[in-house]
Design a protein around this ligand. Structure first.
Ligand SMILES: [Zn+2]
Length: 100
């Protein structure tokens, strides 16, 4: 898998101690999380059907609910140095919640 770094210097790596090109995380993870919650609301309206099937649909719903953890970690992912892979503090800002 090839790393797709920014074409120009876009951050300062504290480990390399100079300006470096950064590898940005995929910028649409927050939209994916909005879609996740939309599907969850849809599952709420389908609750009579889901809760009637305790062998397939309820475990599938549990797996779906458990997937919010990895999805949140992908949303919070920081840009990394293209040379050494260290997270870049002052790079392009990672996706933040609007309240922060
Ligand atoms: Zn570095």
């Amino acid at each position: 898998m090839t790393l797709r770094a920014t074409p120009d210097i876009s951050g300062h790596c504290t480990r390399c101690n100079h300006g470096v090109r950064t590898v940005q995380p995929w910028p649409h993870w927050r939209r994916v999380r909005y879609g996740y919650f939309a599907v969850l609301v849809g599952a709420l309206f389908c609750a009579p059907v889901i809760l009637a099937d305790g062998f397939v649909l309820i475990p599938m719903l549990m797996v779906f609910i458990a997937s919010i953890g990895p999805l949140n970690s992908l949303v919070r992912k920081m840009p990394t140095c293209a040379d050494c892979g260290a997270p870049i503090e002052g790079g392009l800002p990672p996706l933040q919640p609007k309240s922060a």
